[in-house]
Design a protein around this ligand. Structure first.
Ligand SMILES: C[S@@+](CC[C@H](N)C(=O)[O-])C[C@H]1O[C@@H](n2cnc3c(N)ncnc32)[C@H](O)[C@@H]1O
Length: 250
C-alpha cells in the first residue's frame, strides 16, 4: 500500500520549502507538550514513541531537547523515526547525531502503513505524525489511522498534526493563489527552481478528493476506535495556514 505523493523536488529542496511555514517551530513546540504529557502518563519506564513520517527530524529535535530539559537523565525514551525517504532519513541522522541518546533512535526506512501492518498490538505509548497523513489517499488514511490505534498501548496517545481544512472548505483558486503567493513571497523561496512544484503540491493538497478536512479526521479517529480526542488550534498562524493538532487517546 505504498504511495509516493511526497517525493522528488519536495524532498530535494525541503529546507527551502519549509521556510513557507515560519510558524512550524511553535507548532512543533505544541506537539512536544502533548507528547511529554502522554509519556508522563505512560505505564512504562521507557516510553516508546513512533514519529510517523519524521522527515529530517526537526520536530523530534525539539522533543528531545524538551526531554533533556524536563527529565535530565532520569527518564529514558525509546524513539523510532520512520520515513520512506532515504534523503530525509540521512538528514535526520545527521541532525540527531549530536544528542547521543541512550537507547539510540531507531531509523526505519519504510512505507508507514506497511510498517504498521507488521507491528504487534500495544507497541507504542505515543505515535506522532506531522504533515504526512494528508498526503495519503482516503483509503490509505483509514487503514493507517486504524493501525495506529491498534499498535498503541492502552490509553496510549496519537498526536496528529497535519494540514486540516475546515469542513466544506471553499477552494476559491484565485484566493488561494494569492494566499500562497503572499506566504511564499515573505520567505524568498520564490527564487527556488522548484517553486512551481511547491505551488502545484499545495494546490493538490486542497483539491477535492485529496483535501483532509476536520470532519474526516474525526470520522477516522472514531472509526479506528479511539476512546476520546481533543483538538488543539492554539498556536500562532495566519488565515492561510491550516495546521491543527489532534490528540487522540486509545
Ligand atoms: C511534509 S514532510 C513532513 C516531515 C516532518 N514530519 C516535518 O514536520 O518536517 C512529509 C514526510 O512524510 C514522508 N512520507 C510521505 N508518505 C510516506 C509514507 N507513505 N510512508 C512513510 N513516510 C512518508 C515524506 O518522505 C516526508 O518526509
Amino acid at each position: 500500500m505504498e504511495e509516493t505523493r511526497y517525493s522528488g523536488s519536495l524532498i530535494d529542496d525541503y529546507s527551502q520549502l519549509r521556510k513557507a511555514w515560519p510558524h512550524r517551530l511553535e507548532v512543533y513546540g505544541r506537539m512536544s507538550c502533548h507528547i511529554l504529557s502522554a509519556t508522563q502518563r505512560a505505564n512504562n519506564d521507557t516510553p516508546k514513541i513512533l514519529d510517523a513520517g519524521c522527515g529530517d527530524c526537526e520536530a523530534l529535535e525539539i522533543l528531545v531537547r524538551d526531554f533533556i530539559f524536563c527529565y535530565s537523565d532520569k527518564k529514558q525514551h525509546k524513539i523510532d523515526a520512520l520515513d520512506f525517504g532515504p534523503k530525509m532519513l540521512a538528514r535526520a541522522k545527521q541532525r540527531m547525531s549530536e544528542y547521543n541518546l541512550s537507547p539510540p533512535i531507531s531509523y526505519i526506512e519504510e512505507d508507514l502503513t506497511s510498517f504498521l501492518e507488521k507491528t504487534p498490538d500495544n507497541t507504542y505509548d505515543v505515535v506522532t505524525s506531522g504533515w504526512t497523513i494528508h498526503n495519503f489517499s482516503k483509503e490509505k488514511r483509514k487503514k493507517t489511522v486504524s493501525e495506529i490505534q491498534r499498535v498503541l498501548t492502552p490509553y496510549g496517545r496519537f498526536v496528529w498534526m497535519d494540514k486540516i481544512f475546515p469542513d466544506s472548505y471553499d477552494d476559491n483558486a484565485v484566493r488561494l493563489l494569492g494566499a500562497n503567493f503572499m506566504r511564499y513571497l515573505g520567505t524568498g523561496i520564490i527564487s527556488s527552481p522548484h517553486f512551481k512544484d511547491f505551488l502545484t503540491h499545495e494546490f493538490n493538497d486542497i483539491a477535492d478528493g485529496q483535501r483532509l478536512e476536520e470532519g474526516e479526521v474525526r470520522d477516522l479517529l472514531r472509526a479506528a476506535g479511539f476512546k476520546s480526542f481533543r483538538f488543539d488550534n492554539n498556536f500562532y498562524k495566519n488565515e492561510h495556514c491550516f495546521e491543527k493538532i489532534f490528540v487522540a487517546t486509545k
